[in-house]
Design a protein. Structure first.
Length: 110
């Protein structure tokens, strides 16, 4: 998937300066300071969106830290020289726009 300027511009409504960051043949989208609704609270974390297949998942959202009591089976990954956390949440299609992929993953944390 090629991540276009329009996709990044759409994500810029949520975070300042989203950018494509390649690692091991995958173009990730770095989302600094992403606001995440968790129940009645809001968390602000750096996030990394993988809009293509990653280790058996159709798409992934990685966070700077796990969110307690949300998601299941959290795992740790080293991407771009940094530790990232993600949970078991699958079947968000890579055919969606990056904004819709992100929205689907965030919905699992509410």
């Amino acid at each position: 998937m090629s991540i276009g300027h329009d996709s990044l511009a759409e994500l810029a409504a949520l975070v300042s300066a989203p950018r494509v960051m390649p690692d091991s043949g995958i173009d990730y989208i770095f989302l600094p300071g992403l606001k995440i609704a968790v129940g009645d609270e809001e968390r602000v974390l750096d996030a990394l969106l993988c809009p293509v297949q990653h280790v058996g998942y159709t798409t992934r959202l990685f966070l700077a830290e796990p969110i307690p009591q949300r998601g299941q089976n959290w795992t740790v990954h080293n991407i771009l020289g940094r530790t990232w956390h993600t949970w078991s949440w699958n079947n968000v299609p890579s055919s969606l726009s990056p904004m819709k992929i992100l929205s689907a993953h965030l919905g699992a944390l509410r």
